[in-house]
Design a protein around this ligand. Structure first.
Ligand SMILES: [Mg+2]
Length: 349
């Protein structure tokens, strides 16, 4: 876990806008060859030569996307970068630069923003992306973070949501549902704390799922793995909203159907035990939980030998003709239509 050790408080107004930007960005260095000009002019200048430029942007709003009562600012900075890099990797592209814009109310002292930027800097360093711009402004209430991630890829390597074919395998990286169950644990501890602030929660048994919620990692390693194995997915998307809605995006964009097998969905033992404790169905959590930032992709069956036995990759189903629709094939072998919320348990097939 990342710790906040800084206790002093400095008013943001004492620095002024430019002083603030200089102060927050001084720890960042330029590492990418494609960054011609980073921070310090009216705009950044990037040069990707013959490669295509990949851009994705996200807006995170306090009280909507994050809760600072259990999300330390350093984690928030880290996670905000991950959320964006995940979208670049989901195009099978290399992430190279980010811009960070903040709107912040005066209840945040300079030290709070230093924590946030420490998380952003850690993410930028580990994932080797340059901070090349952004803006800082005041907000009436709360904190708003907008990050844009930029990447590059050869035209032939880019993977869209639209390339899946009938009979392609449906593959997921890592395991699912952890971030959602981590959130349930944090929400429960917050409620306990509000009743009794002396109650110190023991989060140790939940460390994996709490970390999945507070400090997710984007799957750059999968991007590298595809290069190494010479695997070229036919379609891909990152799992930010839950497996079910992401499958439906692939189906819709590729004009195919899908059979997803319930017994194949990869779940960490911690997720299964937390689901039992909270009385929540683990399949529903994987299908609709969200925020796992794993990758979901389709692959021509001919490529299966290249991924067979890889511990990072699980085949969870296959694509079908569009008119067959998208279904969950349950453990007792019934076919249940997938919906954006997970499944529609009232629908008949
Ligand atoms: Mg995405």
């Amino acid at each position: 876990m990342l710790e906040n050790k800084n206790q002093e408080k400095t008013d943001l107004e004492s620095l002024g806008e430019f002083g603030l930007i200089d102060h927050l960005t001084q720890q960042f260095t330029i590492e990418q060859k494609s960054t011609i000009k980073g921070i310090g002019d009216d705009a950044a200048v990037l040069d990707f030569k013959d490669n295509k430029t990949i851009i994705s942007t996200d807006l995170l709003i306090e009280g909507v996307h994050f809760d600072l009562s259990y999300m330390p600012l350093k984690h928030l900075g880290y996670k905000a970068v991950m959320v964006n890099l995940s979208d670049i990797y989901a195009m099978n592209a290399k992430a190279t630069q980010i811009t960070v814009s903040l709107a912040v109310s005066n209840r945040f002292p300079l030290e709070a923003l230093e924590e946030l930027y420490a998380g952003i800097a850690m993410a930028a360093k580990i994932y080797n992306v340059d901070l090349v711009g952004g803006d800082t402004t005041s907000s009436q209430t709360g904190l708003i973070i907008s990050i844009t991630a930029i990447g590059e890829a050869k035209d032939k390597d880019i993977v869209y949501r639209s390339g899946a074919k009938e009979n392609d395998l449906l593959v997921v990286t890592g395991d699912l549902g952890g971030a959602y169950m981590g959130l349930q644990v944090l929400e429960r501890e917050k409620a306990v704390y509000q009743v009794n602030p002396n109650n110190q929660p023991d989060l140790e048994p939940y460390s994996y799922i709490v970390e999945r919620q507070l400090k997710p990692e984007a799957r750059r390693d999968v991007f590298d793995l595809f290069q190494k194995l010479e695997v070229h997915p036919t379609s891909m998307i990152d799992i930010s909203d839950g497996l079910s809605s992401e499958i439906l995006h692939l189906c819709k964009n590729s004009k195919v159907g899908c059979n997803l097998y319930e017994d194949k969905i990869p779940l960490d033992p911690t997720v299964i035990s937390a689901c039992e404790e909270f009385g929540i169905d683990s399949t529903l959590v994987a299908l609709s939980g969200g925020e796992d930032y794993e990758l979901l992709f389709t692959l021509d069956q001919k490529e299966f030998p290249k991924i067979k036995g890889n511990p990072n990759l699980t085949v969870v189903g296959h694509m079908t003709a569009e008119n067959e629709g998208a279904h969950l094939v349950s453990r007792n072998n019934s076919k249940i239509p997938l919906t954006a919320q997970g499944w529609n348990s009232f629908a008949k097939t």
